[in-house]
Design a protein around this ligand. Structure first.
Ligand code: LMR
Ligand code: SF4
Length: 510
């Protein structure tokens, strides 16, 4: 098995940097469905560009390379301990070379292991099978979309949909609700795997397992095939759209599996995966460990790079250039829908930093400054200089308990992230003259290119993703989705999508 580690390393690299053809087809199709010039069309244009850049740069499509989860099938007689060791070695190497972000964090101390190894990471499932080859499948599912997974225990009552019974129609309602509750926070347009039945643990495992199905396969169970088609049709009428900006493409794939349940339990488990749906697999020669073929590479699919047209007549989009320190006057002139181009300095900060800043001072002057919810992939060269390898936004709503206070305490004028924030932050934006800017989630290569220089870093003890990186940027584009006048695109889309959800309350599957 002399080639085993190298083959696994290739699998990890390909999964992280090269979106599979079935996913590419789905993203391209979504792009066609959006009207030219809308926010959704512009986002999809950035997304397709980002996919191409990741392949060319052999760098992560999204900076969050997720929880590496391997599903391994071995013929009888193959040593699984050797495979496990090779997987771990390949993971360490892929982390060192920036194909994976160091993502394994001690849940009690917050310490990042730095090499993606630790209790429970990576996840490896073994199974024996009757075939002669070794098969290894890998999914890199990021934390933001993982947070939007949801499990329903039936019977229950759901907002907009009413009573949910223990039958196929109840399952239908749960799935629609799952898409609704994710809004744009899991970087829609998404893919969902659904597990009906099992217990709480096996139900989620079944749901995640569905994500290994081809996007365009047909469910062998006729009822579930109908359900999948129905969900695809209906969920895309919720109007959540790419990144939750509104639009026609909310869901790119729906795969449903079923297992028996206990008499007392009826779970519907939903695994939500962002558009950056990174999963791949290989068949290996059991003697040498060489790759015989890839599992999700049926044909080469180029991304649709047609640029999103300029706004149509009637929909004017202002472009405003901002450079820190930003004045209150500049902020007050911004409205939801404006596109902002940022030059100059910004600082990253996410969960660890926000909680720290509540009680402590900031090492840099943030007055008039810009904070970017981002946990980048960074590499240091021989001269000790840091380089940004991938740096898209992270889900901002996690900072909701802190953001308003932090804006006030440090005089921050702009918060960049994705998925939007809540009422408390909206109020603070109005009171203190600040703005929320939505960057395109997952577009980690696209944004890395705008980050020209790493000026410094604080709090490396928080680990690379959570540290406060001081960055010099050029031409960083984001959209105002919450302004200082009380407007929030996120609140609007949430409200309108709930109204649309309620239109699907009547039974469909008898
Ligand atoms: O951790 C990250 O960088 C992003 C995360 O996957 C998210 O979607 O919030
Ligand atoms: S940032 Fe978005 S695209 Fe990246 S892992 Fe999180 S949910 Fe997925």
């Amino acid at each position: 098995m002399e080639n085993l580690k190298q083959s696994i390393l290739e699998l990890i690299t390909d999964t992280s940097t090269n979106l599979p053809p079935d996913v590419r087809r789905a993203v391209n199709a979504a792009k066609v469905k959006e009207d030219l010039g809308t926010r959704a069309a512009i986002s999809l244009s950035t997304i397709t560009q980002n996919v191409v850049m990741a392949e060319e740069n052999v760098s992560p499509i999204c900076q969050d390379t997720g929880m590496p989860t391997f599903e391994v099938k071995t013929p009888v007689g193959v040593n699984q301990i050797i495979i496990k060791k090779a997987i771990k070695e390949a993971i360490v190497e892929a982390t060192k070379t920036g194909k994976l972000r160091s993502n394994s964090v001690d849940s009690l101390t917050g310490a990042n292991s730095g090499d993606n190894l630790g209790p429970g990471t990576p996840v490896i499932h073994f199974e024996q099978w009757e075939e002669d080859d070794i098969e290894i499948k890998l999914i890199l599912k990021g934390g933001g979309c993982e947070n939007k997974n949801i499990q329903y225990s039936l019977p229950c009552e759901l907002e907009g949909l009413g009573k949910v019974g223990r039958n196929l129609d109840g399952v239908r309602k749960c799935i629609l609700h799952a898409v609704y509750q994710a809004q744009g926070q899991g970087c829609s347009a998404g893919f969902i795997g659904v597990g009906i039945g099992g217990d709480r643990t096996s139900g989620y495992a079944l749901a995640k397992h569905q994500l290994f199905r081809h996007v365009d396969d047909v469910n062998p169970n006729a009822d579930l095939a109908k359900l999948e088609d129905y969900i695809m049709e209906t969920a895309n009428q919720l109007g959540i759209g790419t990144m939750g900006f509104g639009g026609n493409s909310t869901l790119l794939g729906c795969k449903v599996g079923v297992e028996n349940r206990l008499p007392a339990s009826f779970f519907v488990s939903v695994a939500y995966n962002c558009w950056a749906f990174r999963r791949q697999g290989v068949r290996l020669n059991p003697e040498t460990g060489e790759i015989k073929r890839y599992l999700y590479k049926d044909e080469k699919v180029d991304m649709d790079l047609t640029p999103a047209a300029a706004a149509e007549a009637g929909e004017t989009r202002r472009e405003v250039v901002l450079e820190a320190p930003i004045t209150e006057e500049q902020i007050r002139s911004l409205k939801v829908g404006d596109v902002v181009i940022i030059n100059g300095e910004m600082h990253t900060g996410r969960d660890a930093l926000h909680s720290y800043l509540m009680e402590n001072d900031c090492p840099v002057d943030m007055n008039g400054g810009i904070i970017y919810h981002c946990g980048p992939v960074m590499l240091r060269d021989e001269a000790g200089e840091w380089h940004v390898k991938a740096a898209g936004p992270t889900t901002s709503i996690r900072e909701e308990p802190y953001q308003g206070d932090i804006i006030k305490k440090f005089g921050i004028r702009a918060v960049i992230g994705k998925g939007g924030m809540g009422a408390k932050t909206l109020k603070a934006l109005g009171e203190h003259g600040a703005v929320y800017l939505n960057a395109i989630g997952g577009a980690a290569q696209y944004y890395a290119e705008c980050l020209e220089k790493v000026e410094g870093v604080d709090f490396m003890e928080f680990g690379v993703p959570e540290a406060m990186w001081h960055l010099r940027v050029k031409g960083f584009a984001a959209i105002v989705t919450m302004d200082s006048h009380g407007n929030s695109l996120h609140a609007d889309v949430e409200k309108s999508s709930l109204e649309r959800l309620a239109q699907f309350a009547e039974p469909v599957f008898k």
